[in-house]
Design a protein around this ligand. Structure first.
Ligand SMILES: Nc1ncnc2c1ncn2[C@@H]1O[C@H](COP(=O)(O)OP(=O)(O)OP(=O)(O)O)[C@@H](O)[C@H]1O
Length: 311
């Protein structure tokens, strides 16, 4: 669905050259849901804007839905949906009119555009809001409306640029549900950018981590964690010295024993049984599973969570 080769984009800003995307080679298959994750300024939007033909690459190539983004941008646009960071709908238009107008813009007859608008209102839970103005919708409804607009022409590939930024947790979870269902039912390939770790974790089976304009990791969440980060088990025990002797790699701080290892959830029950057999009393056992943030920290030395909070 997407094939890029050494894609690059530089900007000139006050005489300096900013390399926003620095040689990204990426392949996305039909039906995948890929989250592009990275801190502010990593180059996620620039990458998406090149793939959606809003920005011309400085170098490299990109084929999107089988079409070259530079040679035939109009052809790409016909085949994709794009939901940008701003809201797409005309604020004073009524919800139904807006969807029908967008359909007509893609050359549908009024009747066909109405039918499609009805389907999308159903799919994105916008029923009952037909006559409301876009400006009067809640943030979550508005974002679902944006996604509906992106899907008006039945694209096989949908790009979502930070679809849930600024939404409350409930509205975010609701939008995720809609997007994963749309993808299942309409077989849409979805590429989204986010700086929310939980979003990438919950939605995507594939996470592409971008930093400083480059892909620094590309795999499923579980694989990324297994490869780049460790779980942590902390035990509160009566005899830390005995545990240290029994268990390889254990470190002791006061009455707490700490272990760093892979697959902590599976190791923990056996470990507790072994300690019981050795006569050690365990007062508490804490398992800290590696997060995507630990992965990011391991790869870059920085915490994505802190950067997100700072932004
Ligand atoms: N039009 C532009 N002119 C100059 N510099 C730009 C322009 N667009 C982006 N940049 C710079 O390119 C780099 C990448 O920006 P980009 O918006 O792609 O990052 P991002 O990962 O999408 O960040 P965010 O999460 O904040 O949206 C940044 O340093 C940014 O300041």
């Amino acid at each position: 669905m997407i094939l890029t080769e050494d894609l690059r984009r530089t900007f000139r800003r006050r005489g300096a050259v900013v390399e926003a995307v620095r040689g990204i080679s990426l392949r996305v298959e039909r039906g995948e849901l890929v989250a592009v994750l990275g801190p502010n300024g990593a180059g996620k939007s620039t990458l998406l804007r090149m793939l959606t033909t809003l920005l011309r690459p400085t170098a490299g190539t990109a084929q999107v839905a089988g079409v070259d983004v530079v040679a035939d941008p109009a052809g790409v646009r016909q085949r994709i949906g794009y939901v940008g960071q701003g809201n797409a709908g005309g604020h004073h238009h009524r919800v139904l009119d807006e969807l029908v107008t967008q359909g007509a813009l893609y050359g549908r007859t009024r009747a066909a555009a109405r039918r499609r608008a009805g389907e999308l209102m159903e799919a994105l839970e916008l029923r009952g809001l037909e006559r409301r103005t876009v400006a009067s919708l809640s943030g979550g409804q508005r974002r679902r409306m944006d996604v509906a607009i992106g899907l008006v022409h039945r694209p096989g590939l949908l790009f979502l640029d930070e679809p849930t930024t600024g939404m409350d947790p409930q509205a975010r979870a609701n939008l995720w549900e809609h997007i994963t269902r749309l993808r299942r039912e309409m077989d849409t390939t979805v590429v989204l950018t986010t700086h929310y770790l939980d979003e990438a974790d919950a939605m995507a089976e594939r996470i592409v981590v971008v930093d400083h304009g480059e892909v620094i990791a590309d795999a499923g969440s579980a694989a990324l964690r297994a490869r780049h980060a460790e779980d942590r088990i902390v035990l509160e025990v009566d005899e830390p010295a005995t545990v240290k002797d029994l268990v390889d790699g254990a470190t002791v701080v006061g009455f707490r024993v700490e272990l760093r290892l892979a697959d902590g959830a599976r190791v923990l029950p056996g470990l507790l049984a072994r300690l019981e057999r050795a006569g050690v009393t365990v007062h508490a056992a804490h398992l800290h599973e590696a997060s995507l943030d630990d992965v990011f920290l391991a790869l870059t030395g920085r915490s994505l969570r802190e950067e997100g909070a700072a932004a």
